[in-house]
Design a protein around this ligand. Sequence first.
Ligand SMILES: Cc1cc2nc3c(=O)[nH]c(=O)nc-3n(C[C@H](O)[C@H](O)[C@H](O)COP(=O)(O)OP(=O)(O)OC[C@H]3O[C@@H](n4cnc5c(N)ncnc54)[C@H](O)[C@@H]3O)c2cc1C
Length: 530
Amino acid sequence: MPSKYDAIIIGGGHNGLVNAAYLARAGKKVLVLERRHVVGGAAVTEEVFPGFRFSVCSYVVSLLRPEIIRDLDLPRHGLEILPLDGTFTPMPSGDYLWRVNDHAKTRREIARHSRLDAEAYEEYGKAMAEMARFVKPILSMTPPDPTRLALDGLKKLLFLGRRFQTLPYQDKYNQVQLMTMSAADFLDQWFETDVLKATMSASGIIGTFLGVRSPGTAYVLLHHYIGEIDGAFRSWGFARGGTGAISNAIAEAAREAGAEVRTQSPIARILVKSGKARGVVLENGDEISAEVVSSSVDPHLTFLKMIEPRILPEDFLEEVRRYKFRGSSGKVNLALDALPDFKCLPGPGAHLRGAISISPSVDYMERAYDEAKYGDFSSRPYIDMVIPTLTDPSVAPPGKHILSCFVQYAPYRLREGTWDEKRDAFGDTVVDTVAEYAPNLKNIIIHRQVVTPLDLEREWGLTEGNIFQGELSLEQLFFLRPVPGWAEYRTPIKNLYMCGSATHPGGGIMGAPGRLAALEILKDWKGGKH
Ligand SMILES: Cc1cc2nc3c(=O)[nH]c(=O)nc-3n(C[C@H](O)[C@H](O)[C@H](O)COP(=O)(O)OP(=O)(O)OC[C@H]3O[C@@H](n4cnc5c(N)ncnc54)[C@H](O)[C@@H]3O)c2cc1C
């Protein structure tokens, strides 16, 4: 074990690991220090009950940048993405909406609800693909700050401005709408079928404390639209072995390049001497030195917990304190003896292989938010479910299944009581809600794991339980993420960088923050700035 490293990475979530892998590949001596017993952060697989390996937090992948998969040769390190086909939305009326990747089938299905919408769906798909293509390069770029006139930033702004100019008129208009409108209003312009709008608008609220009718949610819709798998836009998939397999593959790539990855190594403080980061102090008191420290945890943990606040500029601290988390999601993971049987489409079938969405109407979605606004979890929540065992049976014992339920809203701050007191009631609400559509559910549950926003904070270090290390709201995106003036992965402390989801381009299993931060760190190294 060397006594001094070139770089220490705080946190072994997938971004910390990507950061480590790129730095190690550039020949740096790198140490990743992870607080938990396992790497991966929110992208983790854990055997919570014997034989059942849950993707405890994140459960589907799409946003992982193709350049990272290529550069780190992740398939060779065990990454295999299995496609997830379609979204099935059961309705209380006994009908359903089932969209799949096959355009013709989806068109016929939507036409059952509205012929106009079937036409519009094609157009919408094309327009969103254009929008996604416009936004995509931004994911692979350190955001230029328009308030500073550095040459490099100006070039990027010019590049983006030119791209915007080349968009057809309607797409320019759509782009502005996406940045300003609510998901429900935006979709209202395209469609008339309530259940279609509701289930599509759901992507606009994931990880935010906003409702489908809140302005700004249309952008989050796009954020979830820009993913691709093997070059196919908008496709989502499972990692074989659960989400943790992604983090494990990245960790393997990092190790192969020479990085050391240590678990059960919680960091208490960042060592700062003469305005420069010099290493870290572990909770057990051990000091480890490094030339560079790169933090993949959020700005609250980094600047308010791990650094003596008085050494930071007051205006910067003020921005950090203002940074919004406001967790609003929970997770209920179920081990099942059999498959859920939906009243509206009984029996097993391909509809169970994709996402199953409890989002029957726009009003339902907005009511779920109304309750959360005033500090209650939704009595009838939006639930996004998957049954990974149908695609990857290796994660459960033979014949058994896993039902993963992502739930909104579960507000971090409750009006009454604590999350520890409410955990079971929350779990019951989720099961009751799903059972209204699949009545056999209660009889087939073998085990239940309920993850509250407080658990996300306590166990995964996600402040206020925000799944993206901070809301993906417009004022916290691009050159404003995490705080204005500090979006280029650097911080007011020399040699201290940020590389997690709290930096551009934000949350999701993307790896982009980890990679971009590594490129900036290496640039500074080359420029002799360390
Ligand atoms: C419930 C839930 C569902 C989600 N669903 C999806 C999904 O389906 N698809 C998707 O793309 N995204 C999803 N996300 C978002 C995605 O998982 C995250 O944005 C992403 O995994 C964050 O990665 P990260 O490396 O930036 O940070 P994190 O995963 O937060 O990693 C930070 C790491 O730092 C460690 N740490 C904290 N404090 C310390 C300390 N003091 N010392 C050392 N280490 C420390 C933590 O233990 C953690 O491992 C979901 C997130 C959650 C919580």
